[in-house]
Design a protein around this ligand. Structure first.
Ligand SMILES: O=C(O)CCC(=O)C(=O)O
Ligand SMILES: [Fe+2]
Length: 202
């Protein structure tokens, strides 16, 4: 497969040190509507604790990990065991793999119940993801503002409204030089599902 072909329809949003490409209409509305309802009711959503500066706190969202159960994956002091792929997640994985031009082993699923659920500044740079990982982020439901900023300078802040059916690819050196977050908001009342496809090494 020729990597250059896959990103031809998208533009890099980062000014330097990484590539992040946004496809606002990756899925048609009807298809995105179908997946939102299906994923909401069928995935094993759970609120899990994480360790933050030595303290155990509950994550401000629900999560579920799917993929190869033989490869454990963890972040922020927790280890998650993956559930095997469901039909819907596998179908979406195939679509995303075609666009990204690479394969994924896992998908981390996030459920933001409303604007009060969030995710703080971080990089997806666990050693198990390898040097320049491709993180493919698929969104369903309420549009939320996704923010990126340069990790060292905390400058060059970008706001990307991740809409229903959109796909964001973070590739190259993105996870080395840029951090991202999904801040809380008083404006958003509806629920949002985000799937981040990842390739995890043993
Ligand atoms: O919900 C989002 O858009 C961000 C999710 C994310 O950054 C992650 O799962 O690592
Ligand atoms: Fe992330």
């Amino acid at each position: 497969m020729q990597a250059s072909l896959f990103h031809s329809s998208g533009e890099n949003l980062l000014p330097f040190q990484g590539e992040t490409i946004f496809y606002p209409e990756f899925l048609a509305k009807q298809s995105a509507d179908h997946y939102f309802l299906k994923l909401k009711e069928s995935l094993s959503w759970k609120q899990e604790p994480i360790k933050l500066f030595g303290k155990t706190v509950m994550q401000p969202r629900l999560t579920a990990l799917y993929g190869n159960p033989d490869i454990p994956y963890g972040y922020s002091g927790i280890v998650m065991r993956a559930f095997p792929w469901t039909q819907e997640l596998e179908d979406l994985k195939n679509l995303v793999e075609e666009k990204a031009g690479q394969e994924f082993t896992h998908v981390l699923c996030n459920f933001y119940r409303d604007g009060q659920d969030s995710m703080g500044w971080h990089r997806d740079n666990e050693p198990a993801l390898g040097k320049n990982p491709c993180i493919a982020s698929l969104t369903f439901g309420a549009t939320r503002n996704f923010q990126l900023r340069h990790y060292e300078t905390k400058g060059h802040k970008l706001d990307i409204p991740l809409s229903h059916g959109s796909l964001l690819l973070m590739i190259g050196e993105s996870q080395h030089y840029w951090e991202h977050q999904l801040p809380k908001t008083k404006k958003v009342l509806g629920a949002r599902i985000n799937l981040t496809f990842r390739k995890i090494k043993r």
